[in-house]
Design a protein around this ligand. Structure first.
Ligand code: BGC
Length: 960
């Protein structure tokens, strides 16, 4: 191998601190940790830079130095323990960091990074929840209450903070201005155990003299409808309530507090009804202009009363709030066949519409939302009972702008009714809303279909990371289904910084388990009406998601925080499985949505659900043992690793033959056995690997796995060296496959492989969402294996860079903002040459194994590296009637074309037998020989010759 330029390029000697972060906060404002761990990213073009020490200085709000650590000898730059006195409630500091590299040189000091604590103790709250003093019929949505009071402010305010939350959802106002840009605050948590409060800097919203504070409350998750089969309302309570504490500091050192108490007033506002599933109804004629401004006449308003609620459940958020992150303009506004106006945003997204409209008072505009059209009309059947309908009644005459506040929908299309005149593209925008996490991962390659697939994964995380990780954003669910995030967490953590977001959700998992004897409910927060029952792959989220966070962010604190939850789950399964270590009783989802399952039987998979259960039991026990090891809990480490070994032995005795065949003899079963290390001998692994490839080939490289097998199958194939098979699966375009939806115009990941069927009809099954991220979990394999960027040590401190070109791809690029900085791997094949460029962030190291290199693994430190060397991409002889079926099957495009052509030409025969299977059983024959076995027709041979001549021309780079 000729290798050029494999040494890093030194571009200068400057070392700076690019960013300083507290815990996982994007903005460390109003945080709940009093000893936030610090992380910093070093920027330098100096090669092989390693940190040997750091120093930190902390300054008060007056800019005066409070403390300094002096130089601390340490190579740690991620989640470094708080070296100062614990923060007290409300305390604000700025911190500067500098570091020393192994060359002995210090960096420049970082800029000031600010951190401010929220209210850390329950007794910091003098506010009390208040609720309007009126009776309501909570069997259906009620008008949204407005709450308000006025107060005076003296001169010289130095700082003002609003600490606020609601039982319900809220929007706070000060002097007529909306406070902050949060959407659907306080977000959804397991409200019975934890309620987030928000902290806002409102210094600039106050003015000397008369002021007013107010809030609008909506039902949201607290009181609105939740769950399928009609769901339930008022799950958490039937009274909406507000808790607000405005703290004003003056230059003279005094402080004043304006808190929710009986002095507030309430009135019903213009939101007549709001519901997350059903939508919002707003009558602008009922607006109360100036209601949150001073000197407003609220004599017609009613009082409020105190609402008793345990304030110890209040917590500061560890992740970012839901925000509006993008406005999307319509790509088309067209009449439907029945004459309705349909707006197409060209992208399936999550959020709501914003209208700008002028018309007569009293006219009502109705907006219905859907992800797909059927026969040119809005297809709302997949939404099940969710109405997804917003209504706006005009105030009249003036230009009015409106966006619903307390609802969201999953949609690409909206039907607009009652619009005064014609709807113009400028009048309407889709407002994309989700938890505002930082984007940290990118992937692209030379195949536009794969790129669109990847983009769809990104849109599905955007649509489903809305306060909690949900299954889907559109129908009457939108719940924190544990199985979905269990399989998707690695992908999510690459694409976005999901650490704080998922840590919050995991705290809810733990809280829910406490009241369920260790069982992890199907959904968290748990709103299902039945008592929680354990289900494998779903409940295992309690163990696997913290482990993923540890791997991806290097955060052992999350393991410590979740350890009891992880253990409670494993112990519970242990007691169910008993001495025999087989979890073979009770309900299981199993390999949910196996494509062979009928539309109305999503659990009817080929893989034995109890086999899945025991496999996951082994996996979770193993990870728990490893987590105990990380935390230095020696006894537990030994106990759970022993348990895992026992479960593996039981699995082996029950489900694996001595030769290595696995029961069930299905792809998911082999993928589990290989990926969860459930096979005892190398020979069993080899055998299982061979059988897995056989099955995958027999399926014609169509997906044959459901929720459990799909995230594992490509890794399982690669683990036994079958990269080509994994690539064939990936690049398959026929249904079922990852790319089939892309060829059907998908812009998000679908719940079912055939949510939209090849004939264009919408799958009639109950589970037909067009925005479910679970099957997008293969993106993690794309990042690690095709892009070649994988963590080898927690937090990517050491990377494992091992890109694998395949399937005719000529280029791929993976970029990830690791906790140490941006890591990158790009490979490009041009002619007979490959170029690999690798970027390793400062204070990290990597192993590089080059594609078709000389087999050695190179160890390098930070820097940019480039290798160029001869590379012969595998090629195959042109396809013809002399090709064997074995050759054709490994070229999914050729195979599909041949099978399709024979089916068309011999349709009579195709009705009686599956031609694909027939051909596979004779795979050593040439196509010519097969034709001689089939009924003679005049057309089949020329038709095949014609299509074979075109195969490979479009190649995987085609657009399908
Ligand atoms: C959800 C899934 C979930 C499943 C559990 C569905 O209704 O949408 O994604 O994991 O139920 O079986």
């Amino acid at each position: 191998m000729t290798q050029q330029g494999s040494t890093p390029v030194d571009g200068g000697w400057s070392v700076t601190i690019a960013s300083v972060r507290f815990e996982h906060h994007r903005e460390a404002f109003g945080i709940g940790e009093n000893r936030p761990r610090l992380s910093w990213i070093v920027a330098t073009s100096m090669a092989r830079w390693r940190q040997v020490g750091y120093e930190m200085k902390a300054y008060g709000p007056d800019g005066r130095l409070r403390t300094q650590t002096g130089r601390i000898e340490s190579d740690q730059s991620v989640l470094v323990p708080w070296p100062l006195e614990p923060l007290s409630s409300r305390e604000r500091l700025t911190v500067r960091v500098r570091v020393w590299g192994s060359d002995g040189q210090p960096s420049a000091w970082s800029t000031h990074a600010s951190v401010e604590a929220g209210l850390l103790h329950t007794d910091d709250w003098t506010a009390r929840f208040v609720t309007p003093d009126w009776e309501e019929d909570t069997t259906r949505p009620q008008p949204a209450p407005l709450l308000r009071r006025e107060f005076d402010v003296h001169a010289a305010v130095t700082r003002a903070r609003l600490y606020v939350t609601a039982l319900g959802v809220y929007e706070a106002h000060l002097n007529g201005v909306t406070v902050g840009d949060d959407v659907l605050a306080p977000g959804w948590t397991s409200y019975n155990h934890r309620v987030h409060y928000q902290t806002f800097d409102v210094t600039d919203l106050l003015r000397e003299g008369h002021n007013a504070i107010g809030a609008i409350l909506g039902d949201g998750w607290y009181r609105g409808r939740l769950g399928f089969n009609g769901g339930r309302r008022t799950i958490y309570g039937d009274r909406l309530a507000l808790l607000a504490q405005l703290e004003i500091n003056y230059a003279d050192g005094t402080t004043e507090r304006i808190v929710t108490d009986e002095t507030w007033h309430a009135a019903r506002g213009p939101i007549l009804a709001s519901d997350l599933y059903d939508g919002e109804t707003y009558d602008a004629r009922l607006e109360l202009p100036g209601w949150s401004k001073a000197c407003y006449d609220d004599r017609g308003w009613v009082g409020v009363r105190r609402f008793d609620r345990d304030l110890t459940t209040l917590v500061a958020p560890s992740g970012p709030p839901v925000r509006r992150t993008e406005l999307v303009a319509p790509v088309a506004i067209t009449p439907s066949p029945s004459g309705r106006t349909i707006v197409d945003f060209g992208q399936n997204l999550v959020g709501r519409l914003r209208l700008t409209v002028q018309g007569e008072a009293g006219q009502t505009i109705t907006l219905r939302h859907a992800e797909v059209l059927e026969h040119g009309e809005l297809c709302v059947r997949p939404l099940r009972t969710a109405q997804a309908t917003d209504r706006y009644t005009l105030r009249g005459d003036v230009v009015e702008t409106w966006e619903p506040r307390f609802t969201f929908h999953g949609f690409r299309y909206a039907e607009v009714e009652g619009w005064p005149g014609e709807v113009h593209a400028d009048d309407i925008r889709a407002v994309v809303c989700h938890s505002d996490m930082e984007r940290t991962g990118w992937f692209e390659c030379s195949n536009p279909l794969i790129n669109r697939f990847h983009e769809n994964v990104v849109w599905s995380i955007r649509g489903n990371f809305l306060s909690i990780p949900t299954d889907c954003p559109q129908r009457d669910e939108r719940l924190g289904w544990t199985g979905d995030i269990q399989v998707f967490a690695p992908t999510a953590c690459y694409l976005y910084n999901g650490a704080g977001f998922l840590a919050s959700w995991l705290a809810d998992v733990a809280a829910e388990q406490n009241t369920a004897d260790g069982v992890v409910p199907f959904v968290v927060p748990n709103v299902l009406p039945m008592p929680p029952i354990p289900a494998a792959a779903w409940g295992d989220a309690a163990v696997i998601v913290p482990w993923v966070l540890y791997q991806r962010y290097g955060d052992d604190g999350i393991l410590a925080a979740q350890f009891e939850s992880m253990r409670a789950w494993v112990d519970r399964i242990d007691s169910l499985a008993g001495e025999g270590h087989l979890w073979n009783t009770g309900f299981q989802f199993g390999d949910w949505l196996d494509p062979s399952a009928p539309p109305d039987q999503p659990a009817d998979a080929r893989t034995d659900p109890h086999m899945v259960a025991t496999a996951y039991f082994a996996r979770s026990a193993e990870l728990l043992g490893q987590a105990a090891g990380v935390l230095g809990r020696k006894e537990e480490e030994a106990h759970y690793l022993r348990l895992a070994a026992g479960v593996r032995a039981a699995f082996d005795a029950e489900y694996v033959t001595p030769a290595g065949r696995v029961l069930s003899d299905a792809e998911t079963a082999y993928a589990l056995a290989l990926q969860f290390d459930l096979l005892k001998t190398a020979e069993q692994r080899r055998h299982a690997g061979r059988r897995l490839v056989e099955l995958v080939r027999e399926s014609g490289y169509h997906i044959s796995t459901g929720f459990v097998g799909t995230p594992l199958i490509c890794d399982a194939l690669c683990s036994v060296g079958e990269y080509n098979a994994a690539f064939h699966l990936l690049t398959q375009r026929e249904c079922p496959s990852w790319l089939y939806p892309v060829t059907m115009g998908a812009t998000t990941i679908w719940e079912r492989w055939d949510s939209l069927r090849p004939d264009g009809s919408v799958n009639p099954g109950e589970m037909t969402s067009f925005n479910h991220y679970a099957f997008g979990a293969v993106a993690d394999w794309l990042h690690r294996t095709v892009g070649g960027l994988a963590p080898a040590e927690p937090g990517y401190r050491h990377l494992d860079i091992q890109p694998h070109p395949g399937s005719g791809l000529t280029y791929a690029r993976a970029r990830h903002l690791t906790p140490y900085g941006l890591a990158e791997c790009t490979w490009t094949i041009e002619g007979e040459q490959i170029e690999v460029v690798v970027v390793v962030p400062p204070n990290a190291t990597t192993s590089v194994t080059l594609p078709k290199g000389n087999g050695t693994t190179i160890q390098v430190g930070s820097g940019t590296y480039r290798w160029v060397y001869p590379y012969h991409a595998p090629s195959h002889p042109p396809r013809s009637l002399d090709s064997t079926l074995d050759e054709l099957i490994d070229d999914p495009e050729a195979w599909n074309t041949v099978v399709r052509t024979i089916r068309q030409q011999l349709s009579g025969l195709a009705r009686h037998m599956d031609i694909g299977t027939l051909m596979l059983q004779n795979s050593h024959m040439t196509l010519e020989q097969v034709l001689s076995l089939l009924p003679p027709t005049d057309q089949v041979r020329p038709a095949l010759e014609a299509v074979l001549a075109t195969v490979g021309r479009v190649g995987v780079e085609g657009t399908g």
